[in-house]
Ligand binder design. Sequence first.
Ligand SMILES: [Zn+2]
Length: 84
Amino acid sequence: MKLDGQAKQHNVSIEDTTIIKCDNKQVDLEKGIEMVCGGEMYNQGYELRKLSALISPTGKTQVMPVPVFYCLNCGKEVDIQGIE
Ligand SMILES: [Zn+2]
């Protein structure tokens, strides 16, 4: 059974995937209503996270670049971990 599951994962095709749409809510000031962004295109950027010298293994302050994706339509960062 475990082997079956692994074999299936190798055969995943683009048709098995779904597009992740941006769920950012924006208020349309002209219409006065809340709209979901719905953007489907993303760009990659980097968050720069600083590791304090106090807990850094080297004893020096370290900067770690963390890749993030953001919506091209509204600019909101995508929470990859929060996607179900
Ligand atoms: Zn968006």
